[in-house]
Write a protein that binds this ligand. Structure first.
Ligand code: AMP
Ligand code: MG
Length: 414
C-alpha cells in the first residue's frame, strides 16, 4: 500500500504545481492600506517606486575632508575653505588647492571628487594635508547621487513579503502607508473526541487542543489570517457541520482524523462534500497520513493530529500553498545545508524521507563553513517539548539508515 504513496519529492511537486495554479491573479486580490509600522509580515500589492534619487545628493561616508584626489595625493597643505555637517545644504564650490571639512552623511561640495578620512590627515592653522604614504583616488568615501536608485526606479515589486528592510526602504521613499493584499482567511479545524480548549481542565483521557494555536501561529508567519473554529468531535455529523462552516474560508487546515483508525472520519467527510484529493498520504516521517485536496474554491490539508506531524507537514506543504494564496512571490519551503554534529542512529522505516526535530547553532565555528546541527532527543511525534527545543528539522533522505558525524546534511527551516 505504502509504495503507492508519493515520495516527499513527488508530493512537493504536486503541491508546488497546485500552489502555482491557485495563486490568485493580482487583479483578483483585495487590496487594503496599512500603516508602515503595522506592515511587517504583509505582502506588497503595489510596486514601491523611488520618489527621488538615492542617495539624494553625493554623500560622504566618512568624517574627514572633501578634496580633489590629485591635490591631496601631493601631500601639500590645503586651505580649509569651509565645513558641511549632515543635514546642511551642499557647500562649495571648492576653491583650487583647498579642502572642505565634512561629516558622515553630509553632501559633498561642488568641485570635490574624494573624501580623505579625518584619521589620515594632519591639520595646522586652517589647513590640512593627507599624511604620506597614503594617496587618494577619485570617488574615495563618496556615494554618488543616485548610486542606489534613480527617481522613478521600481524598488520593490508587488508580491514582496514585507520585513524590516522593506519597511526601512519604504520610509526612505516617503511612504507612511503601504498598499498590501488582504491576507487569505484560513480556517483551522482541530478534530478529536479527546480535545479540550486550552482554558479547560482535561478530564480522564482528555488532552488540550495545542494544534489550533500552533497552526494559527504558523498561518500568521506564512501570510494568512487564522480563523480558529471550535474543535470537532469524531463523528460524521460533527465533521459535516464543522466543514460546512469552514467552507467560507479561503484555505482550510484540518488536524487529526486522517489516519487509518476507526474514528478517523475526516477523509470521508471531505469526500461527502465533493472533495478532489491530490494525495492521501506521503512517504514521510512524521506526517505520513497527510491529505491534500480541494473543495470547490477551497484548497485544504488534512494534517495528522500528532503535533510534530502537524507542524512538519504544514511547513513542508501547507505554507507554500498559503504563501501563493497570499500573493507572495516566494513560496518555500526553506532548506539549508549544515554539518552533522553526531551520527544519527534513528531506526529508519523503508521508503520514508524523515524530518526530525533538530537544533542548529547557525554560528559556524572558526574554520567551519557550515553551521552545526544535532538531533534533539524525542519521544516521537507527540513530543512538543522536543519541538519547542528545536529550531529546524534534519532531513534524512529515504532509505538512509544513518548519517555520519561531519556529513553535510539538509535542514528544513521553520
Ligand atoms: P489523529 O491524527 O487524530 O489520529 O491523532 C494523533 C495523535 O495526535 C493522538 O495522540 C491525538 O490525541 C493527538 N492530537 C490530535 N489532535 C490534536 C490536537 N489538536 N492537539 C494536540 N494533540 C492532538
Ligand atoms: Mg483523532
Amino acid at each position: 500500500m505504502s509504495s503507492a504513496l508519493p515520495s516527499y519529492q513527488q508530493a512537493a511537486d504536486i503541491v508546488a504545481a497546485s500552489a502555482a495554479r491557485l495563486a490568485p491573479s493580482r487583479a483578483a486580490q483585495v487590496v487594503e492600506q496599512v500603516a508602515l509600522g503595522e506592515s511587517a509580515g504583509r505582502v506588497l500589492a503595489r510596486a514601491l517606486m523611488a520618489d527621488r534619487d538615492q542617495p539624494p545628493f553625493a554623500r560622504s561616508t566618512r568624517d574627514g575632508f572633501a578634496c580633489r584626489a590629485a591635490e591631496a595625493s601631493a601631500h601639500e597643505f590645503l586651505t580649509i575653505a569651509g565645513a558641511t555637517r549632515a543635514g546642511e545644504a551642499p557647500g562649495g564650490p571648492l576653491p583650487p588647492h583647498a579642502a572642505w571639512e565634512i561629516m558622515t552623511g553630509a553632501p559633498i561640495p561642488a568641485g570635490a571628487d574624494a573624501v580623505v578620512m579625518v584619521e589620515h590627515v594632519e591639520t595646522a592653522s586652517g589647513s590640512v594635508r593627507l599624511l604620506p604614504p597614503r594617496s587618494a583616488s577619485a570617488g574615495d568615501n563618496i556615494v554618488p547621487q543616485g548610486a542606489q536608485a534613480r527617481a522613478g526606479d521600481e524598488l520593490l515589486a508587488p508580491g514582496a513579503a514585507i520585513t524590516f528592510a522593506q519597511i526601512a526602504l519604504a520610509a526612505e521613499c516617503g511612504a507612511p502607508v503601504l498598499e498590501v493584499f488582504r491576507p487569505p482567511r484560513v480556517a483551522i479545524l482541530a478534530t478529536g473526541d479527546e480535545l479540550v480548549p486550552v482554558e479547560a481542565t482535561p478530564g480522564p483521557g482528555q488532552i488540550r487542543n495545542s494544534n489550533a494555536p500552533m497552526l494559527a501561529a504558523l498561518v500568521v508567519a506564512a501570510g494568512g489570517a487564522p480563523w480558529v473554529l471550535p474543535a470537532a468531535a469524531d463523528t460524521a455529523d460533527a465533521l459535516d457541520a464543522a466543514l460546512c462552516q469552514a467552507a467560507t474560508a479561503e484555505f482550510l487546515l484540518i488536524s487529526g482524523g486522517v489516519s487509518a483508525g476507526k474514528f478517523d472520519l475526516v477523509e470521508p467527510a471531505l469526500a461527502r462534500l465533493g472533495a478532489q484529493f491530490h494525495f492521501t498520504g506521503v512517504r514521510i516521517q512524521p506526517g505520513k497520513p497527510l491529505v491534500f485536496g480541494e473543495l470547490p474554491g477551497l484548497p485544504f490539508f488534512g494534517l495528522p493530529g500528532n503535533p510534530v506531524s502537524s507542524a512538519v507537514t504544514f511547513l513542508l506543504f501547507g505554507a507554500p500553498v498559503l504563501a501563493a494564496l497570499s500573493g507572495r512571490q516566494q513560496h518555500g519551503p526553506r532548506f539549508a545545508l549544515a554539518r552533522l554534529a553526531a551520527d544519527t542512529d534513528r531506526r529508519a522505516k523503508p521508503g520514508l524521507t524523515r524530518f526530525l526535530p533538530a537544533s542548529c547553532t547557525f554560528s559556524a565555528g572558526a574554520g567551519q563553513l557550515l553551521p552545526e546541527v544535532a538531533l534533539i532527543p524525542w519521544q516521537g511525534s507527540g513530543d512538543l517539548a522536543a519541538l519547542a527545543r528545536s529550531n529546524c528539522f534534519l532531513v534524512i533522505p529515504e532509505d538512509t539508515p544513518t548519517l555520519e558525524a561531519g556529513a553535510t546534511v539538509q535542514i528544513l527551516l521553520p
